[in-house]
Write a protein that binds this ligand. Structure first.
Ligand code: FAD
Length: 488
């Protein structure tokens, strides 16, 4: 998914019930160790009230402290432990409580920024390896990703991405209208064609990342939930550890993988990264006829068959962009991307309280004071009712034989993004010992394990295997032109 996709598609609910009907919080995770069967998802599985699986306390010292229990932090911690390092991972809320469980579950090579592709291809392999190593069913399936072209012009834009696929030997191909109708039978729209990559995969995010955290813990990582990193501790101008709400952890190396919160934490140390976040709304349907086994999207709806037989729907309506101090300060850096996708975001005057860029969120605090990270254990934005209202209708319109589409639940997530829609994967030369892995810009679930492995080798001094120039920390301050990737 990229910045634009929320503009695609639709609505909701049979029988006039409210979209938040099914979002009562509570147990019944739909996966994980306990269930082991694809229970129907009736509430969003991970939230601030979810049980703590890793209570801690944190050890007093480590070789590396990883801040953030999303797919990036968890996989980096796992690979660091495999390099023989003592690793502590602190998570202010719940493992995978934010973007890493709320996403669509697409693990795609298709349409990626060419500089990301080598890492993504490695990441796809790692997903298969790690899925087996967890010993859990994370719903990992190679079912393909398909972009449906509603116009010849759109199809031409898809075709323009093909050379990148060829350069890496991907099985991506262009389908004509007839072949598209075979791949997506029963669609009410006649598509000009499609871009499809059969080797792309999908997984159940709220299962996958907690399973990876359990694997990391089994391999020696000290995973601590409900433990916010308040500040990075420094001595003699370099990293000396982390000040958490549960005490200090001495360590010569720290990885900031805080998702939408990374810039707030780094700014408290005078380190600026132009990170913002947007609200993206998603819904899960009840089990439906299997209109397509993989993941696909047109300009009105994005859909992925889930393991419980329902579909994850999204890509409807613009994403919500909350105006805040950072948004105002960084607006000029985002102009190139906004110009290429002007309708992708809908500005809103203010974020809810305690959100990373809310007007009232504190920007400075001491290590012995409550930090903004403790005020918001799990960033759990309410879904946009207007976007929800369009999701089921567009899906039903696209597949009339489904009849009325009933939604089981809906949720939203704050997508962290960078002006050029690719992450920062680099050491921070401003503070020796600090490494940053953040800004995955709406496509980090798929590439997460690959980024995690690269970060681990960046910290452990191992073989990187990839050119990271595009992801360097200094690219926003070294005079380089901001180069947004392909908006596919
Ligand atoms: C609605 C939606 C749909 C998406 N769809 C896709 C998709 O289909 N495919 C895809 O590849 N990507 C998708 N993405 C993007 C993907 O989910 C993210 O890029 C990825 O999960 C980011 O991982 P992360 O580890 O960087 O961040 P996160 O998962 O957000 O994790 C960061 C963690 O850090 C913790 N944290 C922050 N500050 C602190 C602190 N000070 N102390 C302790 N802990 C802290 C947070 O609580 C959080 O749990 C989607 C995202 C959203 C929101």
């Amino acid at each position: 998914m990229d910045l634009a996709s929320d503009r695609r598609g639709s609505e909701a609910i049979a029988a006039g019930k409210s979209p938040r009907l099914a979002t009562a919080r509570g147990p019944g995770l739909g996966c994980g160790v306990a269930a082991r069967k694809p229970d129907l998802m009736t509430s969003f599985p991970i939230h601030a009230g979810s049980p703590v699986s890793f209570p801690g306390p944190p050890p007093k010292a480590a070789d590396v402290v990883v801040i953030g229990g999303g797919v990036v932090g968890v996989t980096a911690a796992l690979f660091l432990a495999r390099r023989g390092l003592r690793v502590v991972l602190v998570e202010k809320g719940r493992i995978a409580g934010e973007q890493s469980s709320r996403n669509w579950g697409w693990i795609r090579q298709q349409g990626r920024d060419p500089d990301e592709l080598p890492i993504m291809i490695e990441s796809r392999r790692l997903w298969q390896q790690l899925a087996a190593e967890t010993g859990e069913d994370i719903g990992l399936v190679e079912a393909g990703v398909t972009y449906l072209a509603t116009t010849e012009r759109k199809l031409a834009a898809f075709e323009a991405w093909l050379p990148h696929a060829r350069a890496h030997g991907l099985d991506t191909r262009i389908l004509d209208a007839a072949a598209t109708a075979v791949l997506i039978p029963g669609a009410s729209r006649r598509f000009s064609g499609a871009l499809t990559t059969p080797s792309d995969m999908k997984a159940e995010p709220w299962c996958a990342v907690p399973a990876l955290a359990r694997l990391a813990a089994r391999e020696g990582v000290s995973v601590i939930e409900s433990c916010a990193a308040r500040l990075i501790d420094t001595a003699a101008g370099r990293v000396a550890g982390v000040l958490t709400e549960a005490g200090r952890i001495a360590a010569p190396a720290v990885l900031v993988a805080g998702g939408a919160w990374s810039s707030l934490l780094l700014r408290a140390h005078g380190i600026a990264i132009p990170q913002l976040s947007v609200r993206s709304t998603v819904a899960a349907t009840e089990p439906l006829a299997r209109v397509h086994a993989g993941a696909a999207a047109d300009d009105r709806i994005a859909f992925r068959l889930r393991r419980d037989g329902g579909f994850t729907l999204a890509g409807a309506g613009a994403q919500d962009f909350y105006l805040g101090p950072d948004a105002v300060r960084l607006a000029s850096k985002y102009l190139p991307t906004l110009r290429s996708e002007p309708l992708s975001v809908r500005p809103r005057p203010a974020a809810p309280h305690h959100f990373p860029d809310a007007w009232g969120t504190r920007r400075h605090w001491q290590g012995d004071e409550e930090s903004p990270f403790e005020r918001m254990r799990v960033l759990d934005p309410a879904p946009n009712p207007g976007n929800i209202a369009r999701l089921a209708r567009n899906f039903a319109d696209l597949f009339p034989r489904l009849g009325p589409v009933r939604l089981r639940t809906c949720w939203a997530g704050m997508i962290d993004t960078m002006p050029d829609v690719v992450p920062i994967i680099d050491h921070c030369d401003r503070l020796p010992g600090l490494t940053i892995g953040t800004g995955l810009s709406g496509h980090g679930f798929g590439i997460g394990p690959g980024v995690g492995r690269v970060l681990a080798d960046l910290i452990a001094g191992g073989e990187l295997g990839h050119d990271l120039t595009r992801f360097r920390f200094g690219r926003f301050s070294d005079g380089s032109r901001i180069r947004p990737g392909p908006a596919l």
